[in-house]
Design a protein around this ligand. Structure first.
Ligand SMILES: Cc1ncc(COP(=O)(O)O)c(C=O)c1O
Length: 404
């Protein structure tokens, strides 16, 4: 008789769900499908030649260190560069406030691991990054969604929600926010809202988990300070990553947080992967030292800005009247909404779109309350410029064909 593993799996593992996006991506992997679905950077953005130059140098000059285990907190060369990077971004960060991670997804997991007990309420945005929702769910968090408006999380709704929770003795541990060019909505939280959220966090004594993979990819408009830099009470944890400004294949990111939190995260990380990959860290550290990261970011911004413009123009031209979409000032995504009177459920439309050889991610995947059936996340970084135009035409056709 075969073993029934269901009797053995932990409660935690039973709670974990497959990533909807990863499942849908399998359907969109065929070459004839134009995919606006993945959150992938453009392969053209990868600095292959420069990485090769640095890999050779690292192996020639410091191979014995680069191929060894390193400290859980991270490789000293990369840490030094990250501290400088934070300071250039207006953040006064000390050694004890920094942890290098094996990417932001690990930052989300470790944060959930040290703060969430099963049943703990946490506040997430509606919509919110699906990988964050997955990480929090895995530790048994009760997610409470607060709608996002064009400017970011609506402070009024948030206050009402926090009051209700407070009065019922159900105080949330933290608020999860992606404030810059949000995944999925593409919107950026205004400075005013950031201050309001900090005030609410102070009033209701909450932690803020600020996840910001896209903030350096601003194509236009004014730079808005991180919530971390505005915080005077040490209640913000900031997650950063090299995935979108360098290469996701390196699986490297970082966390800035109060020293006490970093100490806990280090312990949690030790039972997860002992240390971040030393080889990747040394390469990225040397890459930054040479000023290559800044050059790379400039190149990416130029590339994605063009793609965004082409997409916005194509949507303007082909989408039926009434369909709306966000106009991101940076990042990788925009969010499209179909008005209710068209009677379209974007979960159902997805399969029709794939038949028409175009794909997106269903809006419902980003909503912890299963709303968002009128929405789709559209990525503009990965498809080529020609694919963006052709994909927009195909998507507009599918929508038009299914208006009820
Ligand atoms: C908001 C957000 N957080 C975290 C991640 C995870 O990024 P990574 O693990 O590659 O650093 C992503 C990836 O798309 C994201 O959009």
């Amino acid at each position: 008789m075969l073993l029934n593993f269901d009797e053995f799996f932990s409660i935690n593992s039973k709670r974990m769900k497959k990533s909807v996006i990863r499942e849908l991506l399998k359907l969109t992997a065929k070459p004839e499908i134009i995919s606006f679905a993945g959150g992938l950077p453009s392969p053209e953005s990868f600095p292959v030649k420069k990485v090769k130059e640095i890999v050779d140098e690292v192996l020639d000059n410091e191979g014995k260190i680069a191929l060894q285990y390193s400290a859980t907190e991270g490789d000293p060369v990369l840490r030094e560069q990250l501290l400088k990077h934070a300071s250039r971004n207006g953040m006064d960060v000390k050694e004890e406030n920094l942890l290098v991670t094996t990417s932001s997804q690990q930052g989300l997991d470790l944060t959930a691991k040290i703060f969430i007990d099963p049943g703990d309420p946490i506040i997430v945005e509606l919509p919110s990054y699906v990988g964050g929702l997955g990480a929090f769910n895995a530790y048994g968090a009760e997610m409470i969604g607060v709608p996002l408006d064009e400017e970011g999380k609506s402070a009024i709704l948030l206050r009402e929600e926090l009051k209700v929770l407070d009065e019922s003795g159900n105080k949330p541990k933290f608020i999860y926010i992606v404030p810059d060019f949000q995944n999925p909505a593409g919107v950026t939280m205004s400075l005013k809202r950031r201050h309001e959220i900090l005030e609410l966090a102070s009033e209701f004594n909450l932690i803020i988990l600020e996840d910001s993979p896209y903030r350096e990819l601003r194509f236009e408009g004014d730079h808005v300070p991180t919530i971390y830099s505005l915080d005077t009470e040490g209640r913000v944890i900031l997650l950063g990553t090299f995935s979108k400004i360098f290469a996701p294949g390196f699986r490297l990111g970082w966390i800035l947080a109060p020293a006490e939190v970093i100490t806990k995260l280090v312990i949690a990380k030790q039972s997860t992967d002992l240390c971040p990959p030393t080889f990747s860290q040394r390469i990225v550290g040397r890459f930054m030292e040479k000023g290559y990261l800044e050059q790379n970011i400039e190149k990416i911004k130029h590339m994605y800005r063009r793609k965004r413009d082409i997409m916005l123009d194509a949507f303007e031209k082909y989408m039926p009247e009434g369909v709306t979409w966000t106009k991101p000032e940076g990042g990788l995504f925009l969010f499209l909404r179909v008005p209710a009177h068209m009677g379209i459920d974007t979960d159902e439309l997805f399969y029709k779109a794939v038949d028409r050889k175009v794909a997106y991610v269903v809006g419902s995947a980003f909503h912890c309350d299963d709303s968002g059936h009128d929405a789709m996340r559209i990525n503009f970084s990965y498809p080529t410029e020609d694919q963006i135009v052709e994909g927009a035409k195909r998507l507009a056709t599918v929508i038009k064909e299914h208006i009820k």
